[in-house]
Write a protein that binds this ligand. Sequence first.
Ligand SMILES: *Cc1c(COP(=O)(O)O)cnc(C)c1O
Length: 380
Amino acid sequence: MKTRLFTPGPTPVPEHIMVTMAQPMVHHRTDEFKDAFVEVNENLKYLFCTEQPVLTLTSSGSGAMEAAIVNTLSRGDHIITVNGGKFGKRWGKISEVYDLINHQIDVEWGSAVSIEQIRAELDKAPDTQAIFLTHSETSTGVFTDVEAMAQEIRSDFDGLIIVDGITAVGAHEMRFDDWELDIVVTGSQKGLMIPPGLAFIALSDRAWKSTEKSDLPSFYFDLGQARKAFEKGDTAWTPAVTLIMGLKESLAMIRREGREDVWKRHARLAAGLRSGLTALGFKLFASPPSNAVTSAYLPKGQEKFQKVMKERYGITMAGGQEHLKGKIFRVSHLGYYDEGDMLTFLHYAERTLSDLDIAFEAGVGVATAQQTFSTLLSTQ
Ligand SMILES: *Cc1c(COP(=O)(O)O)cnc(C)c1O
């Protein structure tokens, strides 16, 4: 049986990148590595749309989240976080470890925070030093319009806007400099199409300034050290060399396709899958939806859907997390996916619905998605 991965991290790794990563080990203090790392760093800036350094850390994405906090904030600082999913909630959890005062906005999981909610919280906590947003909330499949929100907040807020872009970077338009964001983090196993193990973080001038007065402890995640090394085409600690060699290839792919076209492809795949699932009778969960992951309710009384897809057809998708366990499923179109992958998913979804004796119009999922793709291809 052929197996296929439809999870929003780790995501599939292109075959030629697997081969690249199987080459003999390179030492990290050599010109060979340095040349690769310098190219990676240039392409990361391209992807983030920034002139700032995008630092590469050896950790999963959460390491960059922690780095964002410990380098820029101080004990007792007021912050605003959004609990609209597991990852938004994580900002709050990290901040509690470091004795920050967390003003948490609770949003119904499946919906996005509104600008009015942020405004109201800012009015209650005018000393806020940082606002944390999640551009694509992977646990629910919800998209937050960070561009509009940052523009609105910036008009009278001069604290930090810190964004979890872990499943947004590479899937959604994200212009770090133009949108005046202060920190964006992402991870390697999502839109960057390589295995888990690297995290990335960019800081604005304002964020770098706040690193000077931060009193939180850090050693491994001291971004000042990382930046010093970065300027010499180097890393502070032994990097995950193999992953960086793979990343060089995956960023080259993004560069060849062009970031704008990568964003468009994600929008098209997401729209196609959503339309196909809806045509099959599934009810979508997230509003507004992310272009990285689609979430939908499991068919009523048929929690087996996910299990049958995996065991009979080799399709691995993600389930719901926390209280959404057993209620929703999540399908990735983040990174190395094309239209054919979406049609394959819909085809096996139809098979599984048949197996479970759930009524639907045969072929309608695939046909509807194809129609959506054609329409978007002619208008995008
Ligand atoms: C995956 C993910 C994380 C956590 O990243 P890890 O690599 O698991 O540490 C954080 N935020 C979002 C939105 C994610 O998708």
